[in-house]
Write a protein that binds this ligand. Structure first.
Ligand code: FES
Ligand SMILES: [Fe+2]
Length: 337
């Protein structure tokens, strides 16, 4: 199987929802690295690699007291920065707290997301516009761990043509299409697909739920962060920010935050409606990613062909690998969706 690229170590990856990280240690794997998350005495999120430096015991099986994580095997205690502050039954010599330290991982917590960065490089998150903004409603929808490759999930979410088929009737329709203009915009470390269309999609989800639509845009921020925005004549109607966290080479954990302008109904109602309508769509994509991976494994390696609708071409894979791409502005091209 294709090994995970180094770009995943250098970027911020979502490890958990804030609301899931409470007073117990939480085990999470990000880009192949097992981690333990916990909160220090001030409530600040912390992460260590999930291996006690003493005898390799999983730290996630330990417990947290006064913001310090205690290994369940011999009771060594570790601070958020990894320092070993106690070896039960023994005195620590000066400097031993560092010699016996666990390995810390960079953490930041933002808008309900606990993010980790495995390598010490100083990369930042892109500006994600309305994500987390006070004058919008937000809710998180975490999807558990899926079987599939992150790269295939990125291709899926950036590709509108599968929506007429896999989501036939729900999002778009295979038997009835409308003319759209497709454009591509790219910077060195992002690429965006833009769809201009005269009305919402022809599937029943859009027809029942969606206010007038003029344009939708989906942007990939290298290597694995995607934000999609739907816009009508009065501006933004919906924004979805998805952290596609690679777990291992063959599994991923998508975390999606749905953002809507305040005003059109209470937040809880919008959340209930979006969840109800999107549930089957999410299940269809989840099944597709697993089937794709099963077949890649059956043949031993992936092989991709770019068709006339694949306007982003190989650039999604390049960004995922951490490569820079040429800034571009292409289209609009006429297609039918
Ligand atoms: S293995 Fe963790 S304290 Fe010994
Ligand atoms: Fe889909």
């Amino acid at each position: 199987m294709t090994p995970l690229p180094d770009s995943l170590q250098r970027s911020w990856q979502m490890a958990a929802l804030s609301r899931d990280l409470r007073d117990k240690p939480l085990a999470r794997t990000v880009a192949g690295t097992p981690l333990v998350l916990f909160r220090d005495a001030t409530g600040t999120a912390a992460a260590l690699t999930d291996r006690c430096p003493h005898r390799n015991y999983p730290l996630s099986e330990g417990r947290v007291s006064e913001g310090v994580l205690q290994c369940a095997y011999h009771g060594w205690r570790f601070r958020a920065d990894g320092a070993c502050v106690e070896v039960p039954g023994c005195e620590l010599e000066p400097g031993e707290d560092r010699r016996l330290a666990a390995s810390p991982v960079a953490v930041r917590e933002l808008n309900g997301a606990v993010l980790v960065r495995l390598s010490p490089d100083e990369v930042d998150l892109p500006d994600l516009g309305p994500w987390g903004a006070d004058d919008h409603d937000h809710f998180w929808w975490s999807q558990g761990v899926w079987r599939g490759r992150v790269l295939d999930a990125l291709e899926n979410v950036l590709d509108p043509f599968h929506t007429n088929f896999i989501h036939d009737g729900i999002i778009r329709r295979s038997g009835r299409r409308m003319p759209v203009g497709l454009s591509v915009l790219a910077g060195e470390d992002w690429i965006e697909s833009i769809i201009d269309q005269p009305q919402p999609d022809l599937g029943w989800m859009s027809r029942l739920l969606e206010p007038p639509r003029e344009r939708s845009r989906t942007r990939l921020y290298a290597p694995t962060l995607v934000q999609a925005r739907w816009e009508g004549p009065n501006g933004l109607t919906l924004c979805v920010t998805v952290f596609f966290t690679p777990v291992t080479e063959t599994t991923l954990a998508p975390y999606a935050c749905f953002t809507t302008p305040k005003g059109r109904g209470p937040g809880w109602l919008k959340e209930a409606a979006i969840r109800m309508f999107l549930e089957p769509v999410v299940a269809q994509d989840r099944r597709a990613l697993a089937a794709q991976l099963d077949n890649i494994e059956r043949f031993g390696a992936p092989r991709f062909l770019q068709g006339p609708g694949d306007l982003l071409g190989a650039r999604v894979a390049q960004l995922y690998q951490g490569q820079r791409i040429e800034p571009a502005s292409e289209g609009p091209f006429e297609h039918r969706l």
